[in-house]
Design a protein around this ligand. Structure first.
Ligand code: MN
Length: 232
């Protein structure tokens, strides 16, 4: 084995319901504006032209139950509750059948966002990285195999801050359906096991402050929690 000058942190791995082995996090893709009411609250109308994406570094993944300090460089740190799909098979330019077969498991996710920096970058036509690729900002609950979830649609997706409901919708409201996302994203990437796709957030996003406890859930999946602690 090659000697290394230093060691990197171990990759994050996510428990899977009914499995003894964890799911290692490879890449994290995120879909933007995938619920009409959220697009509207961000000042956009929904179009069905094509989905769009951004990414988060796998190094910024944490498991549900974590605490994170209020991050530097923002005064408007937001929660976004999302359905996460975990890819379980290599797939490139997927057909609908291949896309369905590639979805291995589902989980709850939080796409924590420096909203002020995201909006500032957007208005200057610059990339979103400072707004989106925040340390500890990709939070994942344990995964549930796709077969156990059944048909996606009627399940409630919700998020609370200190017990108060802030986001409350159903997966029926997803604009781009899960197979459509896999079909489209696999035109640009060779998707493979380890790839997580955060599928977008419903309306009701908002800020948190140090001391807040975020909880969320999707019917049929393990819930998610994150505590915001004092800034470092
Ligand atoms: Mn998001």
């Amino acid at each position: 084995m090659t000697d290394l000058l230093f060691t990197l942190p171990e990759p994050v791995t996510i428990p899977v319901k009914g499995e003894t082995a964890d799911y290692p996090v490879g890449r994290i893709f995120c879909v933007g504006r995938n619920y009409a009411a959220h697009a509207a609250e961000m000042g956009f109308e929904v179009d069905r032209e094509a989905p769009f994406y951004f990414t988060k570094s796998p190094a910024n993944a944490v498991l549900s139950g974590a605490s994170m300090p209020y991050p530097p460089g923002t005064e408007n740190f937001h929660f976004e509750m999302e359905l996460v799909m975990a890819i379980g098979k290599p797939v490139f330019r997927a057909t609908k059948a291949e896309a369905d077969a590639a979805i291995y498991a589902f989980g709850c996710g939080l796409d924590m966002t420096r909203r002020d920096l995201q909006i500032a970058s957007r208005s200057k036509q610059r990339p979103w990285d400072l707004g989106k690729d925040v340390e500890s900002s990709a939070v994942f609950s344990p995964l549930t195999p796709a077969a156990e979830m059944g048909e996606i649609g009627a399940q409630r997706i919700h998020l609370e801050v200190n017990g108060e409901v802030k986001q409350d919708a159903t997966l029926e409201e997803l604009i781009w359906k899960l197979d459509e996302i896999v079909m489209d994203l696999s035109k640009f990437y060779h998707l493979r096991p380890g790839d997580l796709i955060m599928t977008g957030t419903p309306a009701g996003v908002g800020p948190v402050v140090a001391g807040d406890k975020i909880t969320g859930g999707i019917d049929g999946l393990d819930p998610i929690a994150l505590t915001i602690t004092d800034a470092e």
